[in-house]
Design a protein around this ligand. Sequence first.
Ligand code: NAD
Ligand code: UPG
Length: 435
Amino acid sequence: MTVCTMNIAVVGSGYVGTTLAACFADLGHEVTAIDIDEGVVDRLNRGEASIHEPGLDELIEEHAGDRLRATTDYDAIRDCEVTFLALPTPSREDGSIDASIIEGGARSVGEALSGGGNDHLVVVKSTVIPGTTEGTLIPAIEAGSGEAVGERIRVGMNPEFLREGSAVTDFLEPEKLVLGADDDWSHDRLGSVFEPLIERADPAVVEATVREAETIKYANNAFLATKISLINELGNICKEFGVDAYRIADAIGLDDRIGERFLRSGVGWGGSCFPKDVDALRAAAREAGYEPELLDAAVAVNDRQPERLLALLEDHVDLTGARIAVLGLAFKPGTDDVRNSRAIPVIEGLEERGATVVAYDPVAPAPMREHFPGIEYAESAAEALSGADGALVVTDWDEFAALDEEFEGMASPVVIDGRRVVEPREGLTYEGLTW
Ligand SMILES: NC(=O)c1ccc[n+]([C@@H]2O[C@H](COP(=O)([O-])OP(=O)(O)OC[C@H]3O[C@@H](n4cnc5c(N)ncnc54)[C@H](O)[C@@H]3O)[C@@H](O)[C@H]2O)c1
Ligand SMILES: O=c1ccn([C@@H]2O[C@H](COP(=O)(O)OP(=O)(O)O[C@H]3O[C@H](CO)[C@@H](O)[C@H](O)[C@H]3O)[C@@H](O)[C@H]2O)c(=O)[nH]1
């Protein structure tokens, strides 16, 4: 069967946009990546990613200069059939969504499409609060293009479920695709974009309205974040009972209605999505007149976990003047992203208690330096542990599981594990957060 290839523009070359652009090129489409950052564009054209994501460099190297090109010029959109908006949708101070960047991007897309031309589908890939596409982005495209959306220019919504650290595999082997559109032509065109992926990976395809697609994304993230907070709450209770929360999670996960995934208790959820998206959903729910009490509680439990880690350490070490190794800075393994990493409140808490922090992460020290320029950064876990009065494990990098004689270099061998990655052993005072 012949699979149709298309000309696709991807606006925004961050974690989502770069993955999208590289994977679409790999699926056979002609892709133009557009970003305002010239450095990002230059690197892409040289065949390099600006972010750390397993498998991404290889794809970009293979397709850059061929099916994948990058530019800062929105006018490239005119030659494309579909444009994906993968722009940031950060939180405002009060937690509500700040749609100003994507609104500006939508306007620029509209301007690039002004003056007539081929049919074009603009697809919102970013996570946006239900109603944003209709109430903010369509008017921005119309303001830029000078024509009503719904005839030549149409709009769809296709939320992204990839995880950082496994973005390429998640994108190329999705469990589901949510195709959001409010008319048949837009559903069909969105379907054509994903046809090669559907052929290859056979995901469940959910046809939804734009507003449903926007909502599915928030519901998905809110459910997962709350699931982790629930296992963390149960884990904290297990710890009080002297019971290993991981053995309990293994048992309850056998119940299909619960499921075994996302039951790893510990220092909590961070990253660029769960905290921002749960906050935006809470704010939007409140604005709509609904008190999201369970989501508030999920956040409260999450906020408490780093303090609980520090309190456990304090049971063993007087932190004033102590040298403490922090193992892991990225919000999860496999990424250099430190946005909302649990390492941030952990390091702040150590500093407040007068401890000296020596941090180690295999890929994320550079972005963390922007948050904490004054702490020490070690080149290896062994160096961080050397002479330390205690260690906190904050990210579950595989290499921490292999640590062994490195602990012998500690001044006092106390390890408090927030991710269940280090093996307890003789000679080590070891405690887990929920076990
Ligand atoms: N990171 C994830 O794992 C993930 C997963 C699913 C959904 N999302 C959602 O996808 C969206 C993008 O997230 P991200 O993590 O990829 O963002 P990011 O911050 O990693 O990247 C955004 C990119 O957009 C560029 N940019 C900013 N303004 C621009 C403009 N006006 N025109 C062109 N480029 C511009 C920036 O230079 C940057 O390269 C967000 O809504 C996010 O919630 C993220
Ligand atoms: O059992 C678990 C699983 C995860 N986490 C933590 O939860 C956070 C998020 O992890 P993960 O979901 O793997 O990474 P993200 O890249 O943030 O991906 C989430 O956020 C993305 C952006 O919206 C979505 O696309 C993904 O589907 C969703 O999983 C990290 O701090 C993890 O350490 C736990 O504490 N316990």
